[in-house]
Design a protein around this ligand. Structure first.
Ligand code: GTP
Ligand code: MG
Length: 147
């Protein structure tokens, strides 16, 4: 079983999308392992988005992601990384398929509502940035046999 780091960005929190987005992951069949509302420091934001340090939009990205609380989550399930990216949709919401989260809820690439890890290596790294081992719940759901 795989775990992935998913984060509802400040625009998604402000626009009351925590509930609908959590609902999509639950309905897909994933299991919530951890979740919390947190405001990122500049340092945490720069660490999380370290791969984009040299990009022209880096400062804008860090300013945006630290502008208000995010809802940080860990979801678990078979192929959780790949399937979550599919649920989330293309980076640019203008190109994201309707039915995906970005396709349904966002317009601009700068404010695209949600983040999801792009590989299992990124997921491990990002989960480690945001959650301690004690915050990750291990439990069984009896719906598992059906998904
Ligand atoms: P994340 O899940 O947030 O990592 O998005 P992604 O993996 O789909 O895209 P990527 O990692 O390439 O980019 C990280 C984030 O940077 C995106 O989600 C956008 O919010 C932002 N971003 C990417 N390209 C641009 C851009 O051209 N302009 C601005 N303002 N932001 C951008
Ligand atoms: Mg990314």
């Amino acid at each position: 079983l795989e775990r992935t780091y998913v984060m509802i960005k400040p625009d998604g929190v402000q626009r009351n999308l925590i509930g609908p987005i959590v609902s999509r992951f639950e309905q897909k069949g994933f299991k919530l392992v951890a979740g919390k509302l947190v405001t990122l420091s500049k340092e945490t934001a720069e660490t999380h988005y370290g791969e984009h340090r040299e990009k022209p939009f880096f400062n804008e990205l860090v300013t945006f992601i630290t502008s208000g609380p995010v809802f940080a989550m860990v979801w678990e399930g078979e192929q959780a990384v790949k399937i979550s990216r599919h649920l989330i949709g293309a980076t640019n919401p203008a190109e994201a398929t309707p039915g995906s989260i970005r396709g349904d809820y966002a317009i601009q690439v700068g404010m695209n509502v949600i983040h999801g890890s792009d590989s299992t290596e990124s997921a491990d790294r990002e989960i480690g940035i945001f959650f301690s081992e004690e915050e990750l719940s291990t439990y069984e759901k009896n719906t598992n046999v059906w998904v």
